[in-house]
Design a protein around this ligand. Structure first.
Ligand code: NI
Length: 165
């Protein structure tokens, strides 16, 4: 399973709802969890593997791997917190991002069962980061323009010969 990186325009598209939670979806979710572990990440969303459906997987330390299908963020705290984020699609880049401290999310799991979850701390952060991927938003979009430009300049210096796919 190849994880798409920043220059791939699929990362900028909005994902479509999953219509049926079937064996095909379960297989993809399982592969995504494996890719997440292989990449030592904490979250991976469908668009990051070119699967343009509203699905992401999350596995934070001390918790079990979780699958979120057709998620909705139904509430977020007004209180925000700044924390360093990275992304498997933007390797080697880390930056502080401000997000809501806690949230409530509704989604379906890989068995097709709906659930509602309250999350805070790292789990809330990862859920918000992965949800953004379903909307075509990357964490660098949430930085100041100057910070984002300095990151993009560094990436371009590292990979001067990269071609558009
Ligand atoms: Ni990401």
């Amino acid at each position: 399973m190849t994880i798409l990186t920043l220059e791939n325009t699929l990362l900028r598209q909005k994902a479509e709802p999953v219509k049926n939670i079937d064996d095909a979806i379960r297989t993809i979710a399982g592969k995504m969890i494996n890719a997440l572990h292989a990449g030592k990440g904490v979250g991976l969303a469908g668009p990051q593997i070119g699967f343009m459906k509203r699905l992401f997987v999350v596995h934070v330390e001390g918790d079990v791997p979780r699958v979120f299908i057709n998620p909705s963020i139904t509430a977020t705290s007004t209180e925000t917190v700044k924390y360093e984020e990275g992304c498997l699609s933007i390797p080697g880049v880390w930056a502080d991002v401000i997000r809501a401290r806690s949230l409530q999310v509704q989604a379906w799991n890989e068995k097709g069962r709906p659930f509602t979850m309250d999350a805070d701390g790292i789990l809330a952060r990862v859920i918000l980061h992965e949800y953004d991927h379903l909307e075509g938003v990357l964490f660098i979009d949430r930085l100041s323009v100057s910070k984002r430009n300095s990151i993009l300049a560094k990436i371009n210096k590292q990979a001067p010969l990269r071609q558009e796919k």
